[in-house]
Write a protein of this length. Structure first.
Length: 485
């Protein structure tokens, strides 16, 4: 099955899930105050950090072995480590949880400390199962798990809001319920036979051998992803420290909206790319695979994120309410970094494919220091917008440096890749002139600026679909139900 068809299959569930979320978000933002979103953002930050390293990154190794038996034992080992991690965080939250939360204006979350180890278990377990399903190329079922998660998570928030439960706690409860359903969905889809097959491979000897063979994952990849996750989540922690939970809420909404392109298709490309890149390295065509994927990522993400830099405040004020206009300004400042992250995130799987986890660790240490200094400078200046602008600039510089190095290791022709970027940049720049003129020359109302921006986006993606001959048929087969898991 081709790369584009696998991406389209996996992305289809994400499209449905995120479309539902987009439709619900204007309702949710009118039911919950920025402070409630700030509490949710703090919870997502903490559990994102604990969950992403729960398996010590052994879930990533599941894709690498040629033997199904070896891969299954790695998956089982990863699940065992997730359980141990959840127990560890249960002890930490019981001993020091309240004191840590008070540092970041998170006293309101003290009553929900017990949920942190539960979410760690659910998130880590889902990551392991997702990699196992990716290895089996059962991307359709992965898409279904995302639909289930979004339906429960967003639907639960709306239900709580209309029921008068409008604090941060109900938002957290809905988030946990969505994650639980997505994990259970994959377990149930694997079925009794699939579970018996997975656990039937279990051998202590192979588990120990696998853990030793892929020891670079806990030694380097775990620390790399931990540092990268912490550095990405630093705004939540430091905005809470220097400013208020309201500023955290504005940032949380801004990042959720800006991350939609990554959620729509970036994550799908990342999971499929990891499988393809591992195969391409064995066949000696890794450079070509990386060039193809990176070019597509730029085409897919460039226009909407650049459009936000122009009309972000207008979009947030109209769709989410005037109280969220500050979140739109945050989005304008962050959008260039999010575009770089959209391209870089799937390609960062190259660190595991090329087994250069040590270099990735050094990169993430440097990135964390740079981002911390940037946010501290903005915090000391008393300006959250400046803090986020410096944070975004540090992120962009880091992404460019790391991707150029990875491309060199993968055998990418940088001159050829640079030429491939001319078209998406040119098309984006030309079409962005239209909403820019509507906003600053014609001085139209925000709603008309947004409409004109949407029309320009339709024109842009018409070009994207027409130039990528495999994209439209693949998406069509997904939504017509002719593609099966």
């Amino acid at each position: 099955m081709s790369f584009v068809r696998n991406v389209a299959k996996l992305a289809s569930g994400t499209v449905v899930a995120q479309a539902f979320g987009v439709l619900m978000m204007p309702v949710i933002t009118r039911l919950f105050a920025p402070e409630a979103f700030g509490l949710l953002g703090l919870f997502i930050t903490i559990t994102g950090i604990t969950g992403v390293v729960a398996a010590f990154r052994y879930e990533m190794a599941v894709m690498l072995p040629e033997s199904e038996e070896e891969a299954a034992n790695l998956a089982l080992a990863a699940l065992g480590l997730v359980i141990l991690s959840a127990v560890f965080w249960l002890v930490v939250t019981m001993v020091a949880g309240p004191e840590l939360l008070r540092l970041f204006d998170g006293e309101g979350m003290v009553g929900y400390l017990f949920v942190i180890p539960l979410m760690t278990l659910l998130y880590g377990g889902y990551q392991v199962m997702a990699r196992w399903f990716s290895r089996l190329t059962r991307f359709g079922e992965l898409a279904g798990s995302r639909v289930a998660q979004a339906t429960v998570s967003h639907g639960g928030k709306v239900a709580f809001g209309f029921g008068g439960l409008v604090g941060g706690g109900p938002l957290i409860a809905a988030q946990v319920a969505g994650q639980a359903l997505s994990f259970l969905f994959l377990v149930l889809r694997l079925g009794r036979q699939g579970l018996q097959q997975l656990f039937g491979y279990a051998q202590w000897r192979l588990i120990v051998q696998g853990l030793h063979r892929h020891k670079n994952f806990p030694h380097f990849a775990t620390w790399s992803v931990l540092l990268n996750t912490v550095s990405r989540q630093l705004p939540v922690l430091m905005l809470g420290y220097f400013f208020s939970l309201q500023a955290v809420g504005f940032f949380t909404l801004a990042r959720q909206v800006l991350s939609l392109p990554a959620m729509f298709i970036g994550e799908a490309i990342g999971q499929v790319f990891f499988q393809k890149a591992a195969q391409a390295r064995r066949t000696g065509n890794l450079g070509g695979a990386v060039t193809e994927v990176a070019t597509r990522l730029v085409w897919y993400g460039a226009f909407p994120l650049l459009l936000v830099t122009l009309i972000g405040r207008d979009v947030f004020a109209v769709f989410f309410g005037e109280v969220w206009a500050s979140a739109g300004i945050y989005a304008q400042v962050l959008s260039i970094w999010i575009l770089g992250s959209f391209v870089h995130s799937p390609l960062s799987n190259l660190c595991d494919v090329l087994e250069v986890q040590k270099a990735n660790l050094i990169y993430n240490v440097a990135l964390l220091i740079g981002r911390a200094l940037a946010l501290t400078a903005g915090g000391l200046a008393g300006d959250p917008v400046l803090a986020l602008a410096l944070f975004a600039a540090a992120g962009v510089v880091g992404i460019v440096v790391m991707d150029v190095w990875l491309f060199g290791r993968a055998g990418v022709d940088l001159v050829r890749f640079g030429r491939a970027l001319v078209r998406p940049v040119a098309w984006s720049g030309a079409l962005l002139l239209v909403p820019a003129a509507a906003k600053w020359l014609l001085r139209l109302d925000s709603i008309w600026v947004i409409v004109i921006g949407a029309m320009a986006a339709i024109a842009y993606y018409s070009v994207v679909v027409s130039r990528d001959g495999r994209l439209a048929p693949a998406i069509g087969r997904v939504f017509n139900g002719r593609m099966r898991a």
